[in-house]
Ligand binder design. Structure first.
Ligand code: MG
Ligand code: MG
Length: 256
């Protein structure tokens, strides 16, 4: 069942979205060669609690961190660990909050120092694909319109789209209906209605699309070991133009 949100509920989701957006920037400010993903996780947890919210992922189905920290060939759901980031790595930071009974959810893939040109292209393409997907999140369209926009753009650049994990509705639960795949066909899938709140989150591989599950039961790796990027925003489906609740402006202001 798809739960349409009232304006009041969207207001709370908007507050959560602002918190995850600011937390990602706080983490980004500390990303440099030598810092561990666990140290970044501690920074995020303290920051989220300082805002009066609770980490949304910590303890979710047993997940051990505040952040999913997915380095290089890890697509999503990496554990924060003692791994020290090094120049040339990329790290997907996925952040959730719970505040006033609703979730926040957003992700950004950061380069650590300077990365290889093709890896930078992967980051740029995944972020741009997210924006193209968001444009399709208008009432009357279908989830396939979002998926098709993401898939076509990325595949034309020689990248591939992960199939096993998809975007989702967001509300009082972190994963609500509908599923929002990053692949698909125009005019297919679930019809989008005003008041649906969805997370669009392309997971794009530099190499082949195949992935496998780590023996820890969580981290998803690319099968060929090539890097993978992941960007995620929370969006309200509206008539005419989508309303994007999360923002990268705090992150990208930092880096100017
Ligand atoms: Mg997320
Ligand atoms: Mg999500």
């Amino acid at each position: 069942m798809i739960k349409l949100k009232s304006e009041e509920e969207i207001g709370v989701l908007r507050e959560n979205a602002l918190m995850v957006s600011k937390t990602l920037a706080e983490v980004g400010r500390h990303i440099e060669p030598g810092i561990t993903t666990k140290e970044l996780d501690v920074i995020a947890e303290k920051y989220i609690r300082s805002l009066g919210a609770v980490p949304g992922f910590l303890g979710y189905e047993g997940f051990p961190g505040t952040l999913c920290m997915s380095v290089n060939d890890v697509v999503v759901h990496g554990f924060p660990s003692g791994y020290k980031l090094k120049e040339g790595d990329i790290v997907s930071v996925d952040c959730g909050t719970i505040y006033r009974g609703f979730y926040g959810d957003s992700a950004y893939t950061f380069p650590v120092g300077k990365v290889a040109p093709r890896v930078q292209q992967l980051l740029d393409a995944t972020k741009q694909a997210l924006e193209l997907g968001i444009r399709q999140a208008v009432a009357g369209n279908r989830t396939g319109d979002i998926g098709e926009a993401v898939q076509t753009y990325c595949e034309n650049l020689g990248f591939s789209v992960v199939r096993e994990m998809v975007g989702h509705g967001l509300g009082r639960e972190m994963h609500e209906s509908p599923e929002v795949p990053n692949y698909g066909r125009r005019g297919h899938g679930v019809k989008l209605r005003e008041g649906m709140v969805i997370c669009i989150e392309p997971m794009i591989n530099a190499g082949r699309k195949e992935v496998y599950l780590d023996e820890n039961g969580w981290a998803v790796h690319t099968a060929d070991g090539a890097p993978s990027a992941h960007f995620e925003k929370t969006v309200v489906v509206r008539h005419g133009e989508p309303e994007v609740l999360t923002t990268y402006e705090f992150i990208e202001k930092e880096n100017c």
